[in-house]
Write a protein that binds this ligand. Structure first.
Ligand code: CDP
Length: 222
């Protein structure tokens, strides 16, 4: 039987990454940060000066991506890009390359390979809808845009990356629009996902809620 999956989807800066990682730690599950894959494709394209509109060149990059995820670092072609992939220029490029169907297709197998015993927590936009439609639990995490901009600001400043909160809010809204309006795997809540609005909630409270929902669901599984 395939290992269980908890799919956590939602708009940018909704806290999915932090929550998913902590839920994985709490349950001893593996963790997939699918957004990092789109960020890596975008960074590789930017580094090589590839036009982001050139679908076939970007698809080639996605197919041949040489990436290693370790416990606390992401390596692209051997170089540490853990912080670089979080820069806003990469975030924006990521949401552009993510709109290319060939790129999404090229990354599908790589994402599914993370599904291993004892289980996986996967974070993204289409984890519950496309990549793991049979996930045991599907969560759609949201928060209002102003709170998301504040969270992203704090996260960047803590990493020593300079940021402007108004510009972040504008970029978050643009990215929401682009991610929701694309034709292939748009950001949307699946019918069988539980929506969790995290505005004003602490990370611990959100993690506890997801773990509790999973345990309840798993205890009922055949
Ligand atoms: O951290 P944040 O939520 O802002 O972004 P992310 O999860 O790292 O994703 C970066 C970009 O990759 C998003 O804006 C999406 O366009 C894209 N993405 C996607 O299309 N599908 C996924 N499963 C994950 C990310």
């Amino acid at each position: 039987m395939a290992a269980p999956v908890i799919a956590i989807d939602g708009p940018s800066a909704s806290g999915k990454g932090t929550v998913a990682r902590e839920v994985a730690n709490a349950l001893g599950f593996h963790f997939l940060d699918s957004g990092a894959l789109y960020r890596l494709v975008a960074l590789a394209a930017l580094n090589r000066g590839v036009d982001l509109e050139d679908a076939s060149a970007v698809e080639d990059i996605a197919r041949d991506l040489k990436v290693v995820f370790s416990a606390d670092a992401v390596l692209l072609e051997g170089g540490d890009v853990t912080n670089t992939i979080r820069e806003e220029r990469v975030s924006n490029a990521a949401s552009r390359v993510a709109a290319l169907p060939g790129v999404r297709k090229a990354l599908l197998g790589r994402q599914r390979a993370f599904r291993q015993a004892p289980g996986l927590v996967a974070d993204g936009r289409d984890m519950g809808s496309v990549v793991f439609p049979d996930a045991t639990l599907k969560i759609f995490l949201t928060a209002d845009p102003a709170e998301r901009a504040r969270r992203r600001y704090k996260q960047l400043i803590e990493k020593g990356i300079s940021a402007n909160i108004d510009a972040l809010l504008e970029e978050i809204c643009d990215r929401d629009a682009r991610d929701s309006q694309r034709t292939d795997a748009p950001l949307q809540k699946c019918a069988d996902a539980t929506e969790l609005d995290t505005t004003g909630m602490s990370v611990e409270a959100v993690v506890a809620k997801v773990v509790q929902s999973y345990n309840k669901r798993a205890s009922k599984a055949p």
